[in-house]
Ligand binder design. Structure first.
Ligand code: NAD
Ligand code: TYD
Length: 342
């Protein structure tokens, strides 16, 4: 493993993964292959480029474009593909599922074909806890659980996972899959709940909590996720899937309280609004399988939330232009006419 194609590497988790890997492995070269949708930004890579120079290269391209993917694999002598590229936001998938099916399903297939045609390259798929659907009682999802996705986003990611497994079983492609919990940290597009709420609060705009706010998520610091992916990539058993998360959940209202406390902002900013359609009530995964490989999270939920809040406080240069661009129309469309319930 030396020449990695990191698709979606200009997005939130991808750019943090590239940062982590180039720092840790001085002999690795990374080619970021990214379409630069609204969520992909070259600014996310600028400090890494300055630090690592030619060990990082950028190719603008769509993972659905087979000849462009094949060309990049050949030109850069790729031996490993790590696929982060995806449409990722549940609310956008509810408004317009089409791009999710294109990228998360068809795009995954194109990458698998590229890996197969190039002589069965090592392939790692970045997936999500959302493929398990929302879970009941005190169960924690296991890698062997049946997939039961409920949103167009989750269904397209689950389809991607099935295709990855099919390529392993049918063609012997050396794959692994990791399923991450809700990530938070630097460079997350402010449509996702934590950066949305921090940046709203900094502007004294109400925080639109969906429904009663008692839905549960396992908010995980992105660098813990990246370290887990690294372990799966190097120590994971070929053909296997690994959950990556804190293994504990909290309610959205608990998350908001920590966030407001770190900012020194009042609870009166909380505004309960009409719930998301088909809103998954609870995600939580069992992460024993990855921990058995020696990985463990470095951040508690609270530390993860506080560190994320501080990054947004200190990096207005990054998110202010985003909030003043395409995001404005998106925000108006999703929240403009949303019913306030409390
Ligand atoms: P993101 O939306 O921040 O970034 C996605 C990146 O993919 C962007 O750079 C975008 O330009 C690129 N991209 C989108 N469509 C593309 C295409 N057709 N061709 C090439 N590039 C394309 O997403 P993220 O939060 O960094 O998520 C990365 C991966 O991790 C996704 O596969 C997602 O499903 C998974 N995941 C995310 C979370 C989370 O909490 N954010 C949790 C678990 C798993
Ligand atoms: P999100 O960051 O969209 O991640 P996901 O839906 O993939 O878990 O949302 C996290 C939680 O926050 C989820 O329960 C939905 C909730 N949420 C709100 O209450 N208000 C919002 O404006 C958003 C975007 C999310």
């Amino acid at each position: 493993m030396q020449n990695l194609l990191v698709t979606g590497g200009a997005g939130f988790i991808g750019c943090n993964f590239v940062r982590y890997m180039l720092d840790k492995y001085p002999d690795y070269h990374i080619i970021v292959y990214d379409k630069l949708t609204y969520a992909g930004r070259l600014e996310n890579l600028q400090d890494i480029q300055a630090k690592h120079g030619s060990r990082l290269r950028f190719v603008r391209g769509d993972i659905c474009d087979a000849s462009a993917v094949d060309g990049a694999v050949r030109a850069y002598k790729i031996d490993t593909i790590v696929n982060f590229a995806a449409e990722t936001h549940v609310d956008r998938s509810i408004m317009n599922p089409d791009a999710f099916i294109q990228t998360d399903v068809y795009g995954t297939y194109v990458l698998l074909e590229a890996a197969r045609k190039a002589g069965n390259l090592r392939y790692h798929q970045i997936s999500t806890d959302e493929v398990y659907g929302h879970i009941h009682g005190d169960h924690r999802s296991l890698e062997t659980d049946c997939l039961a996705p409920r949103s167009p986003y989750a269904a397209s990611k689950a389809s991607g996972d099935h295709m990855v497994n099919a390529y392993h079983i049918t063609y012997g492609l050396p794959i692994t899959i990791s399923r991450g919990a809700n990530n938070i940290g630097p460079y997350q597009y402010p449509e996702k709940v934590v950066p949305l709420f921090v940046t709203n609060a900094l502007n004294d705009i109400p925080l639109p909590v969906y429904g009663d706010g008692k839905q549960m998520r396992d908010y995980q610091y992105v660098m813990d996720h990246c370290a887990g992916i690294d372990v799966v990539l190097h120590e994971g058993k070929i053909g296997e899937t690994y959950n990556i998360g804190g293994g504990k959940e909290m309610t959205n209202l608990e998350m908001v309280q920590i966030l407001l406390d770190e900012l020194g902002k009042p609870a009166s900013l909380i505004q309960h609004v009409e719930d998301r359609q088909g809103h998954d009530r609870r995600y939580c995964m069992n992460v024993d399988k990855l921990m058995a490989l020696g990985w463990e999270p470095q951040y508690t939920h609270e530390e993860a939330i506080r560190a994320t809040v501080r990054w947004y406080v200190e990096n207005r240069w990054w998110w202010e232009p985003i909030r003043n661009g395409e995001f404005k129309q998106y925000y108006e469309r999703l929240y403009g006419n949303r019913r306030v319930i409390a």
